[in-house]
Design a protein around this ligand. Structure first.
Ligand code: F0G
Length: 472
């Protein structure tokens, strides 16, 4: 190990590895389990599990930012990973053989056009699409696959709308584990499918939607040789929480006013909430950013629940409901978040309520135009990621975000994750069939406000110059 600041490293050696437990998040249960027990939900009550990192065991927490900063120039693989760099707060001991593709370390971009579009003085985009498999899933997968290898699993499995699958397939290949992925047939982008095939996964195209794939995951979880890598797995969340640490480090430990994320299965919002909460509990920050989650209108069970809590004035308490109405037939062109029954809704709702954020919906048109604006900043993202900028615009309009506040949108996937969508938007051919209950399908056509179709031009210099002149 080549640590440029060994003194600081020695001072802050206490990791949470030895003390951490898996704990049921439901206040009525709270049962805890060993950190290497292969469980995904509470065996006692069926509630969601999270890793309790026993933060009180972390010594000299105040030295951690300096230690983490000092690792930037190190060549140790653990320091080069933007996840394992924060290993003091991960539930492994220092010698754990990690499975890494040097994930994390993603840029925080300023987006002037996005800011203007959303009605803000400034907007920053945390681009998680700059990870090794081009989505935010890698930050969680490095930890989940490390745990799978430690547990001696033979096969890793997930249900996916495409990105989790691509990420798991890659990390499983690194760890030489068998990998099977369950995908809703015909409902994921060809680019994501291509990644999973290339990384050597067993690709199971299931006749059903994502929620059907998740139900099968529940059944497969009983097999001891199989390790489930969906975000119901609390180790995924541990990896993804480090994105909150990296954001704070990039902001020089000044807490942004708002952090906004897309919502699908709700793992990402849960993870960011946990990360910001741990920084506050360790005294490294003095407040939480308001965490807001944006869902596509046709796949928004948690936004509906949130709206009903808001109308009852019940959003400032943690005594949230135990029931949610899932969406039976989720619909959106943002296929990554086409999910009607999100498994981590309780954790996500808790994180949003604690931080006084919001959960809202945006339309297909709003997603498509926001996506094109993110492109115009030279950044780009996949459709699901663009819910953030569309949602911020709405929150500004509703007075929930003020123009001068500091706002970070988390872009979850790369623009090339869904090239058909991009091309159809710019060529003016983006549409999807809405089936009215009992009636004929009613197509929804998206007329992009920022269309940029290619132009057929004669092979002459003059024709090119004319085109440039016309579009000045
Ligand atoms: N953005 C992208 C690009 C995604 O792929 C996903 C989820 C989300 C946002 C939502 O994140 O589920 O943590 O709330 N994709 C999953 C998958 C479901 O299988 O790839 P979430």
């Amino acid at each position: 190990m080549n640590d440029p600041n060994p003194k600081a490293a020695r001072r802050a050696t206490a990791t949470v590895g030895a003390e951490a437990v898996q704990r049921c998040i439901l206040p009525s249960c709270g049962a805890s389990y060993g950190i290497r027990e292969q469980i995904y939900v509470c065996p006692r009550c069926g509630g969601p599990l999270e890793i309790d990192c026993a933060l009180e065991a972390v010594k000299q927490a105040r030295d951690l930012p300096t230690l983490w900063e000092s690792r930037a120039a190190s060549r140790d693989p653990r320091d080069r990973s933007g996840v394992w760099r924060y290993r003091e707060l991960l539930p492994f001991d220092d010698r754990a053989p990690i499975v890494t593709l040097f994930e994390g370390n993603t840029p925080l971009y300023e987006a002037p056009r996005g800011a203007k579009y959303a009605g803000l003085s400034a907007l920053h985009l945390k681009h998680q699409g700059c990870n090794p498999t081009s989505s935010f899933k890698d930050t969680g997968m490095t930890v989940a696959v490390t745990q799978a290898a430690l547990l001696g699993a033979r096969t890793v499995v997930c249900a996916s709308t495409g990105n989790t699958a691509a990420s798991l397939a890659a990390y499983a290949a690194r760890a030489e584990l068998q990998c099977a992925i369950l995908l809703p047939q015909g409902q994921i982008s060809s680019a994501k499918l291509a990644q999973s095939m290339d990384y050597g996964a067993i690709v199971c195209e299931i006749a059903g939607n994502f929620d059907d794939c998740m139900r099968l995951i529940g059944e497969l979880a009983d097999e001891p040789f199989i390790y489930i890598a969906n975000s119901i797995n609390p180790f995924r969340i541990e990896g993804q929480k480090t994105v909150a640490f990296e954001i704070l480090q990039q902001c020089e430990w000044r807490v942004p006013d708002h952090v906004v994320v897309p919502g699908g299965n709700m793992g990402n919002s849960s993870a960011l909430g946990k990360g910001f909460d741990e920084m506050l509990r360790l005294g490294l920050t003095v407040r939480l950013p308001k965490l807001s989650v944006i869902q596509a209108e046709g796949a928004a069970p948690l936004a509906h629940l949130f709206a009903s809590l808001e109308s009852k004035g019940a959003t400032d308490c943690e005594d949230f409901p135990d029931q949610i109405d899932f969406v039976q037939h989720p619909r959106t062109l943002a296929t990554a978040i086409k999910i009607g029954a999100p498994v981590s809704w309780k954790k996500a709702l808790r994180a949003v309520l604690r931080s006084h954020g919001s959960i809202i919906t945006v339309t297909e048109q709003e997603i498509a135009d926001a996506k094109a604006i993110i492109g115009r900043d030279g950044i780009g993202c996949e459709p699901a990621s663009a819910t953030t900028v569309a949602g911020i615009r709405k929150l500004v309009g509703a007075g929930k975000i003020r123009a001068e506040e500091s706002v970070i949108a988390v872009l979850t996937g790369h623009v090339l994750k869904d090239p058909d969508y991009v091309s159809n938007y710019h060529r003016g051919t983006l549409s999807f069939g809405l089936t009215e209950q009992g009636g004929a399908p009613k197509p929804l056509h998206i007329t992009g406000a920022f269309r940029n179709a290619p132009e057929k031009i004669a092979a002459s210099k003059n024709a090119i110059l004319e085109s440039l002149e016309r579009r000045r």
